[in-house]
Design a protein around this ligand. Structure first.
Ligand code: N01
Length: 543
């Protein structure tokens, strides 16, 4: 960029600092650079990839179909082919390398650089951002592309740090790997990460002990291999439509819900629809199901009943059936992120697998040798996997010491209740954006879709400011309050509050329980954001 106020005054005064080099951060770098801004990325990891860099535990794999889980930029998809319908972590990391080569990104990324604090200087309208290794930069804009799952959550079991074997959290797994074969492996947690590790560990471990608090209502992934010819045809005939369609669906995938309520279908019709969704695999059984399944408890019970029948048929032991697919649903189906499984339930038919339901038999402590439970047993382990999730969505942001213009840490502001405007900015913290974060479609949306749509909105906003010669943008309190009220109002019509999950912060002890996401779907969300931009950035003060 050559023009005006937004230009850096010294080498360190950037137009934009992006924090994080996952799908969102990479997109911001590419788009902002293309628009002529001076932009740098600080990334705590050693390579591009964001969540895919950190989550290198055995079996890590995406839960979205390959065609939507990538950038929609033709210069990228034209020459790239995937090998599987749901690519694994390694292939996703190769994709990021490919993206890097094509777009020449890394020259503007500082790796091994963790942002620790940010203060807004009202004299210059710039952020003063510091890193763990003593660097300070002064960008005009700060874009937090820190993802929804970058703050791992550790259980607070007594003695955890005394364990003498190998112990890792899935979100901080060592990249060189941990060999699980012929080992006594324990896994605490059965969310998406736990399911994936358990599937890998069961067949190779000498013994696997799973500590489950809530059974996972997982659905079949239906993985398959891909060939180049099929993708060449898809690119020629379908890709542009697929990417357009992504923007028009509730969750940024290709599919939409059946435009009918569960009980408006006959039992036969319903059964056929459920069977078809089940057989098509992936997130369709939740995201493409009848329109009222996350709105109406009775409708949801039908879905659970079908799910349970399928799972019971795969389990041999009545005790396993009781623990993994109880008669009464632990929560409505689909109100926690649905996990995709590959032979997950068959793992529990193996003689080398023990399932401990920690509600019936609590973990009392971790010992140097393993895990002690309330029944007095000590489960001896060589490897302990903590698949206990994340302080999600807000945790990634509040772990940075970000101060408002009045010096208030963002952590304190949000402790009183999460408050944003359009799920991208928050009052008191000018020139700071957070795509794929709090009050956005985030948890309910395909990541790359969200990264691109919110990303474009942010780039347009910054370009608008440059065109108008403005140096500061901030939402008004009134606009923010109205937005928060709307987020809550939509949420109150959904069933998400019926589960204790990271969607609401209920998984973190002491965290305020409230919706962390906009639950009205991507099209509604984007139409509101675009309308505000079109209407001279209504709800914002630009100066
Ligand atoms: O985390 P989670 P995750 N004692 O919070 C249990 C994405 N992701 O890392 O349900 C015992 O879902 C906890 O129990 P409960 C995806 O969006 C995607 O698995 O709270 N157990 C739960 O079972 C996903 O939703 C992919 O009762 C304890 C588990 O730990 C999100 O990341 C793969 C416990 C945590 O599950 C997070 O998934 C991986 C304790 N003290 C992740 N504390 C794919 O793309 C927690 N738990 C496929």
């Amino acid at each position: 960029m050559s023009t005006g106020k937004l230009n850096a005054q010294s080498k360190q005064e950037l137009d934009v600092l992006v924090v994080g080099a996952g799908f969102s951060g990479v997109y911001q770098l590419y788009k902002l650079r293309k628009a002529g801004f001076i932009v740098k990325v600080f990334e705590a990891g050693k390579r591009l990839g964001g969540t895919w860099y950190w989550n290198c535990y055995p079996g890590a794999r995406v839960d979205s179909d390959f065609q939507v889980y990538q950038y929609s930029l033709e210069e990228l998809w034209r020459d790239w082919n995937w090998t599987e319908r749901f690519p694994g972590r390694q292939e996703l990391m190769q994709y990021f390398e490919y993206v890097d080569d094509k777009l020449d990104l890394s020259r503007d990324v500082s790796f091994d650089t963790r942002v620790v604090s940010a203060n807004f200087d009202t004299r210059t309208n710039r952020w003063v951002v510091s890193t763990h290794n003593g660097r300070t930069v002064r960008p005009r804009f700060l874009i937090l592309c820190t993802g929804f799952a970058s703050k791992p959550l550790f259980p607070d079991y007594k003695g955890l740090d005394t364990f003498q074997g190998v112990m890792h959290h899935t979100g901080l797994w060592p990249e060189h790997g941990v060999d699980l074969s012929h080992k006594r492996v324990g896994v605490i947690g059965t969310g998406a990460s736990g399911v994936q590790v358990i599937q890998e560990a069961g067949p190779v471990a000498s013994h696997l002990t799973v500590f489950q608090r809530t059974p996972n209502l997982a659905v079949p992934m239906c993985q398959y291999k891909l060939d180049v010819a099929t993708q060449t045809k898809m690119k020629a005939e379908l890709y542009p439509d697929i990417f357009r369609r992504r923007e028009q669906t509730f969750s940024g995938h290709e599919f939409t819900r059946i435009p009918k309520n569960v009980f408006d279908a006959t039992p036969e019709e319903r059964c056929l629809a459920f069977e078809n969704l089940w057989a098509s695999g992936g997130l369709r059984f939740s995201g493409a199901n009848y329109q009222d399944t996350t709105l109406d408890l009775r409708a949801n019970e039908e879905v659970y009943r079908f799910w349970r029948g399928k799972v019971l048929a795969r389990l041999r032991d009545p005790e396993m059936q009781r623990k993994l697919a109880p008669e009464v649903a632990p929560h409505p189906f689909g109100v926690k992120r649905v996990s995709l499984e590959q032979q997950y339930y068959e793992v529990y038919n193996r003689p080398n697998v023990t399932l401990v339901d920690v509600n019936e038999n609590a973990i009392v402590e971790v010992t140097p040798k393993g895990v002690k439970t309330a029944d007095g047993a000590e489960h001896e382990l060589d490897v302990l996997v903590l698949a206990t999730g994340f302080d999600a969505v807000t945790g990634s942001i509040i772990q940075i010491d970000i101060r408002s213009v009045d010096g208030e840490p963002i952590k304190e502001k949000w402790r009183r209740g999460l408050s944003t405007y359009l799920g991208m900015m928050t009052a008191g913290y000018p020139n700071m954006f957070f795509p794929y974060g709090p009050h956005g479609p985030t948890a309910l949306c395909n990541g790359p879709t969200c990264a691109e749509l919110q990303g474009d909105w942010i780039v347009d906003c910054i370009a608008h400011m440059r065109a108008k010669g403005k140096t500061r943008i901030e939402p008004t309190r009134a606009a923010e309050d109205a937005w928060v009220a709307r987020v809550h109002e939509i949420y109150s019509t959904r069933l998400y509050s019926h589960a204790k999950s990271w969607y609401t912060g209920a998984n973190v002890l002491g965290k305020r329980v409230e919706t962390l996401n906009f639950t009205g779907g991507l099209p509604l969300y984007m139409s509101i954001c675009r309308e505000r931009a079109h209407n001279s950035y209504a709800g914002f003060v630009l100066s």
